[in-house]
Unconditional design. Sequence first.
Length: 274
Amino acid sequence: MSADRDPRPLVAALATSAASIGLLVLGVRFGWLGADTGRGANFCEAARIGWVKQPANALSNVGFVVAGLAIAWRARRPELLGDTLPRFPGLVTGLACIVVLLGPASAAMHATQSSLGGLLDVTSMYLVAGFAAAYASTRWWQRDSVFFWQLFLLLVAGCELIGLWDREIPVVHFAGNAAFGLLLVIAVGVETRLWRRGRARADLRFGSAALASMLLAFTIWNLSQHGWCDPDSLLQGHAAWHLLGAVAAYFLFRLYASERTSDVPVGGASPAGR
């Protein structure tokens, strides 16, 4: 029998979407995010005159809002969340809201090219990478929600501190991007060990799709800064990075939601007939 719907994830994600997009529009309109300092200007698209400096790179972030809302929509049905996610109250709601926030936070930088917009952009990246690394580690060490949130906040704070280092780094440009990438590598590594040790079972097609999307996104991210660049075009490689990142975030959620403990077949019912 299908479980009762839980509206809380969708309500939280919709509220997050409305509040963050509303604040973004007001911030861009009234200059709350500060002056144009050229932040994000290295991502090919030429700055336009008007409210939104980089329209393609800014508006492509709607993909994250859609992905976050899609996560929340599916999360209304507890029977579609596997038997691991529900052990961590509020976790799927937190993931949906974090993915939603990626959109307006990244758009803040591309719309204004301001320093504050850039800070919002990288912080949102730390949030999603910190979530992935903390959730994988929490399951590996078989800990609870309190441990997850403590580790999550510690990882995000660590990224913020690392991001203060202002020296140029090859390929990824600065230390904050390197910290973001490192957390994603840790998450992939721990998820792989969980699967290989038989500690959990999940539909690895979703994990493969998430990883492939991110690798393709990273490839385009690099190429669009080294030759594949038409500053005046609305077809921007960095916009593709945003859209593929949103796809990866949704598939990552689907991987989490497909997880069963080792004694329950993936896609099957639990022994209790759940």
